[in-house]
Design a binder for this molecule. Sequence first.
Ligand code: SF4
Length: 271
Amino acid sequence: MSDYKTELKEVWCKGCGNYGILGVLARRVFPKLQIPNHQICIFSGIGCSPRITGYINTYGFNFLHGRAIAFAQGAKLAKPELTVLAIGGDGDFFSIGAGHLPHAVRRNINITCIMANNFVYALTKGQTSPTTPFSEMGEHDPRSFDENPPVDPILDMVAYSVSTKASFIAQGIATDPNHLSRLIEEGIKHRGFSFIGVLTACPTYRGELFNVIREKVTYLDEGKLVELPESSEEKPWIHDPSNIDLAFKLAKVPILERPYLGVFFRGKEKL
Ligand code: SF4
């Protein structure tokens, strides 16, 4: 246990990916960066992942559904010396809170936004979220609900953040804490708005889907060729996170075919 973990008992289900994010922040990132507890503010909305504010021994604010980013921006503007994070899920940030995200990005306020993407509204018992993969009615594969398959196209969080030109964009997975720690450390150190998507398991409502995605994850290495799925008509290119056009190309690869992990884009920092 580190000084950054409270004694409050977690109420997440067994095997929930949120434990991975909690462990990375409380036992790796904050101790390594040596940020004093009272200099960290974590903002969250409603959902399973937003409960994290209760388990981390820093300032934590659990707000209305979807409003974490709005409050996080206010805190950073009022107290620029604080390390400010906004943590939530795909439903929280990409549905009811989606209006706040592009404006935080264009202001490029120095906060770190961590989105736990488990492809479902989990707290309210498994409804379709904006990132739930689309399936045709009648498809019976791990991506579909047998009875009520989602009918709307997926809102891809990485593609969205690339299109709004967030100044640091990365994606990790909760089951690889070493890699995820490095991404979050870099996001916190980056002076500007950082968006870090984390692929997380919800074994209660989307366990099979996470297993499918986990098997396909592909790491992005700077200076190395990007591995493309067989369906891609692009020629492989050298991964260069400073190039927004290449980040767009990466973001166009469907997440179910090739879920990339690593830094997609690293823009100019604020002076
Ligand atoms: Fe985690 Fe899903 Fe359980 Fe929520 S419902 S605590 S996301 S496993």
